[in-house]
Design a protein around this ligand. Structure first.
Ligand code: FFO
Ligand code: ATP
Length: 196
């Protein structure tokens, strides 16, 4: 008999993982952002491949050096924007795109930017475990966006970005949780087994 999933299990893991992430020193953060960019060649990027990055908030690992490395390998970039309490969309980011407030403390392209369907999504993590289960901030924004893309037959590759100390013992996964394909930390890229 599986144990019933308690909401508190996940929120406590999230609180602890975010506390560890918040405590990292600024020089180590720069080293890690540089290190994950050095692993760019481990992500297969086709020419013109659309990659969803993010603009870091709170104590998230800075994905911008990696985003730049992927552009030099042929990627086109987009960023998430919150359009209502439960929905995010992805919008194209070019050199000319002005960045505006896109909700929850984020900045990104405004409603004039082209909507995009990314083939690869880089997800900022609060925590992850060895099965590829993921903790975000608990709003379910990425889970819903990915579910929608899968329903439309366009399931993107999901690559979490994290500091290695964000690994957790075991994150209880609810039915709506979509596991990661891989995680990149300062130590390298790790692929997860597809769910059985
Ligand atoms: N950099 C970045 N961009 C992103 C996300 C993200 O996690 N990181 N998102 C991923 O979904 C979406 C935005 N969703 C977010 C949802 C909650 C919080 C957050 O910090 N929540 C606070 C409560 C803040 C409030 O109520 O105003 C919290 O968890 O304490 C941030 C972003 C799209 N863009
Ligand atoms: N596909 C979905 N359809 C409906 N509700 C969903 C879906 N995915 C997630 N939710 C809801 O979103 C809430 C947050 O989910 P969860 O705790 O997994 O967040 P998270 O993975 O930390 O957040 P995020 O996806 O924003 O990074 C839950 O209340 C969940 O029921």
């Amino acid at each position: 008999m599986g144990r019933r999933l308690k909401h508190s299990d996940k929120s406590q893991l999230r609180t602890e993982a975010l506390r560890r992430r918040d405590a990292l020193d600024p020089v180590f953060r720069i080293e890690c952002a540089t290190a994950i960019a050095a692993h760019a060649s481990l992500i297969g990027v086709n020419d013109g491949e659309i990659v969803a990055g993010y603009m870091p908030i709170r104590s998230e690992i800075d994905p911008r050096p990696l985003m730049h490395a992927l552009v030099t390998r042929g990627a086109r970039l987009c960023l998430p924007a919150v359009i209502d309490r439960t929905t995010i969309v992805f919008r194209e980011m070019t050199k000319e795109t002005p960045l505006v407030d896109t909700g929850f403390g984020t900045i990104g392209p405004g409603p004039d930017a082209a909507p995009m369907q990314p083939g690869i999504v880089l997800l900022p993590l609060a925590g992850f475990d060895k099965a590829g289960h993921r903790l975000g901030y608990g709003a379910g924004h990425y889970d819903r966006a990915i579910a929608r893309m899968r329903e439309a037959g366009r399931g993107p590759q999901l690559i979490g970005l994290a500091f290695s100390m964000q690994e957790c013992d075991a994150i209880p996964a609810a039915g709506h949780d979509v596991p990661l394909d891989a995680v990149i930390t300062e130590n390298g890229l790790r692929r997860f087994d597809p769910p059985a």
